[in-house]
Ligand binder design. Structure first.
Ligand code: AMP
Length: 500
């Protein structure tokens, strides 16, 4: 998963880009990159968080009134800086591009590019495929008189040829700033504007929270298959009308997006509260009567507050997070992940001791975090621990840009709820019902529907079995290179899940 921004205005845009990326830091912490353009492209990429990747000496060189930026969360490939975005090309003339998502017909697009245009991507980053496909389609236009229709034509062909999820922003040197989405609109992308004395400045961003920070007015979500082009006279052109996406990633609402973002008309925080309220019925039907509801900070907070409110049970913050430890997922070894969870979360013993605790997290993926949390709460004296997941069981890997591990590592793909409960050491485990989640995002509820592939195994881009096999093989071979990552041994009463 990644975060992207693009700005085009009357003055230098680098500071807006930096602040915009900082607001999107939750979408990627491995690396960051910025490209700007005045009479030339200026590019800088660095590892880590924005303050680590960009020092004042780098920002000084990033001049120009148009620019794009990216924060990277490595989903595939290694964390080499060469794979960080933006990517630039001078073919057929200056382009720089960023994207958020994942291309699933990599080989097919690469072969076509090679056979038809003799273009060979230089890296394994799928952005190159989108960029060169778009560039090749532009190249066959009349470059001296490139029109908006030509640009949208090239976008359309790219959308037909490239399968998967991709929200993109492109600087086209001397022409303007372009953003387009994949035909299903799986990833978020929004357009905003701020008026300055020197004229308007336009921005594209993964999430609307950027605009709140920077004082921009939200203008539009960019829907499935849509493209928006800001030309050099700051006129805004739209390809296709906005339609609510039928396949927008529901996991963005559950976990990934920031709580204060509004995506396709829905505030993320409010959806999380709703998810919590939906869980109340399941918890009550299961005969569970907690003394207290707590959250796994921070992504479990809104669902926990919704659950507590619907059940009439007090909510407290029972676990305190050290925000400076990074995400547990980022640590590649299982032992490392467990250790980090422990260092990251400290229980408030006085609140949990002797109590029956319902602890709410957004999801259970491998089960590592939940297992550790249950043990932390037990060590702090909790009388009973009920683990509540605001997401349904995750049974299929995401192939559209969220790194969720492969099927063999997804605990719900391999074990029953009772086995999971034993493995994580809880007294009960309660998951959201997929049907309730689908109902929440149903078309008649003012949303176009959603992509539920990780919960249902039904992928909106059609038969993806070949791609899933390819991902599994690739990951296994990466593992062999490092060392196999094992699910650790479990408490005496738990059956040890074994690797498949
Ligand atoms: P685990 O069950 O140990 O694999 O981890 C589940 C936890 O990881 C949940 O608390 C989520 O907040 C978090 N999580 C879920 N999906 C992701 C993801 N794709 N990247 C990073 N963290 C995630």
């Amino acid at each position: 998963m990644c975060g992207i921004v693009g700005f085009f205005g009357p003055d230098d845009v680098v500071h807006d880009i930096v602040f915009g990326l900082t607001a999107l830091q939750h979408r990627g912490q491995d690396a960051a990159g910025i490209a700007t353009f005045d009479t030339n492209f200026h590019l800088h990429k660095g590892q880590g968080l924005i303050p680590d990747a960009f020092k004042p000496k780098h920002l000084k060189k990033l001049t120009g009134n148009i620019g794009i930026g990216h924060v990277r969360y490595t989903t595939q490939g290694s964390n080499e800086i060469d794979l960080a975005q933006p990517f630039t090309t001078s073919y057929p003339f200056g382009l720089a591009m960023v994207h958020n998502g994942n291309v699933i017909n990599f080989r097919q697009v690469a072969t076509r590019l090679h056979d038809k245009y003799h273009v060979l991507p230089k890296t394994s980053n799928d952005l190159e495929l989108i960029m060169y496909t778009f560039a090749s389609e532009l190249r066959i236009k009349d470059l001296d008189h490139l029109s908006v229709v030509d640009i949208f034509d090239a976008v359309e062909t790219t959308q037909e040829l490239v399968k998967g999820a991709y929200a993109t922003i492109t600087m086209i040197a001397g022409h303007g700033l372009l953003a387009f989405n994949d035909p299903l609109g799986i990833r978020p992308l929004v357009l905003g504007r701020r008026d300055t004395p020197a004229g308007p400045i336009y921005a594209f961003a993964s999430e609307s929270t950027c605009f709140d920070y920077l004082g921009f007015e939200f203008i539009k979500n960019i829907g499935p298959g849509q493209a928006v082009f800001i030309d050099k006279n700051f006129e805004v052109h739209y390809k296709n009308k906005y339609a609510a996406p039928k396949n927008f990633c529901v996991f963005e609402y559950i976990y990934f997006a920031r709580e204060d973002s509004t995506i396709h008309g829905r505030l993320v925080a409010r959806e999380r509260v709703r998810l919590g309220k939906l869980l109340a019925r399941k918890v009550i039907d299961a005969g569970i009567r907690p003394d207290m509801v707590i959250d796994v900070p921070s992504s479990g907070y809104f669902a926990a507050s919704g659950l507590a409110e619907a059940m009439g049970v007090p909510y407290r913050r029972g676990l305190v997070k050290n925000n400076h430890m990074g995400r547990s997922f980022i640590v590649s070894s299982q032992a490392g992940r467990e250790d980090i969870v422990k260092k990251k979360l400290n229980p408030i013993r006085a609140f949990v001791e002797g109590k029956k605790i319902a602890v709410v997290d957004d999801s259970i993926v491998r089960g590592t975090t939940s297992r550790r949390i249950v043990s932390i709460l037990r060590e702090a004296g909790a009388a009973e621990v009920y683990f509540i997941s605001s997401a349904p069981p995750i049974v299929s890997p995401c192939i559209y840009g969220i790194d969720m591990a492969m099927s063999t590592e997804l605990i719900a793909a391999n074990y029953t709820e009772d086995e999971i409960c034993q493995f994580i050491g809880a007294d009960r485990v309660i998951y959201q019902d997929l049907s309730d989640l689908e109902e929440l995002f149903a078309e008649d509820k003012g949303h176009g529907g959603g992509c539920f592939a990780c919960f249902s195994g039904k992928y909106p881009t059609g038969d993806v079995s070949k791609y899933l096999r390819h991902v599994q093989e690739e990951r296994l071979s990466q593992r062999h290179e490092k060392k196999r990552d094992k699910i650790p041994s479990v408490s005496p009463k738990a059956p040890a899940p074994t690797e498949h």
